[in-house]
Design a protein around this ligand. Sequence first.
Ligand SMILES: Cc1ncc(COP(=O)(O)O)c(C=O)c1O
Length: 400
Amino acid sequence: MISPEHSQYLVSNYAAPAIEVIRGQGTKVWDSQGREYLDFTTGIAVSNLGHSHPHWVKQVSSQASELVHCSNLFSIPKQVRLAKRLVQKIGPGKVLFCNSGAEANEGLLKLARLSGNQDSDSPRHGIVVAENGFHGRTLGALSATASPKYRKGFEPLLPSFSFAPLNDIQAFDQAISADTTAVLVESIQGEGGIYVAEDSFLQELSKICAERKVMLLLDEVQAGIGRTGKFLGFQKSGIIPSAVAMAKGLGGGFPIGAIWISEDYAEAFGPGSHGTTFGGSPLACSAAHAVLDVLEEEDLISATREKGETLHQKLSQFITKYPDLVAEVRGRGLMLALAFKSDPAPLVKKFREAGLLVVGAGGHAIRFLPPLNVKDEEIEQAINIVDSTLSTFKPDEAST
Ligand SMILES: Cc1ncc(COP(=O)(O)O)c(C=O)c1O
């Protein structure tokens, strides 16, 4: 039961929720009625260690009793160490901290502006972005998001953005003009429906950007931090982008965002040019250190590749078992989607009623985003719920 005060006091910018989640442990969460669920949403690719991982809890609790916040007026040793760890994982460059995915993308867009304005005689302002992408809800990030469903009512947005279909290298080639300063893509489109940017596409795009001196910006907000079986999703392709946005999984549930900037552009933001009160606080950085510790100590990125392979195979059996319903399985690692032949929204509800939390996406997709340390038996339980739900589901219910 949802309290009537929910809609009385909260702005209704989210669809009305069906359950109150009050506790989590590992892959499981419990609602206020005591019902247990397998959490394959992880707060939309955030709680990559599962809920209440003991190392994370210990690090965050002990930092909370030492120093929560002190401002970027002062050097924060954990922030410096976190930047160093990220540089070691991504490549030579520098890091700027913020608080969310949209804010990280705003950082990328402002960096692209600085770079484009460098030549004051012929400044370049254009940014080419993949269609069907999602980059956040602030006005800049929204301007980079093509789908009308997010933009509606908020126009006019920022000028200078143009769009090309993901994986269509010719379309990107044509969209990049003399005015283009940057290209921005997700390595896997999350909200759009789990569409993977092919390695060959990223490699070609990287070449074109280098030839035309255009920045290549990667939005790793949803795909990053181990979820695809690499630390960042684009790393499978071997490219080195100009800058990368991260958030979600980085804090394991505590808000933190970051942008990594390659050496070529790392000095663009000078003192006073950009900033945020909370970005990279001692508490946020302790949460991110705990995430990186566990990724390394429990070898979770390799585990993600193996478990992702298992989950992919098990989901794929539904393509032949339920051919009227299921179209395909998309994604990498533990960022997977079961794509349906028609709108699967009613199935999200039925899975929940059967004890499995999943989240919809574009492209008639339901996303499966379990913690990276999900147990084999939990994958099996989730698959059994999907199977038994699909076995009684009528195709015409899918579009109601
Ligand atoms: C790829 C991508 N970029 C940016 C964002 C925005 O992140 P936030 O909601 O933390 O602002 C999201 C959120 O879903 C995302 O998936």
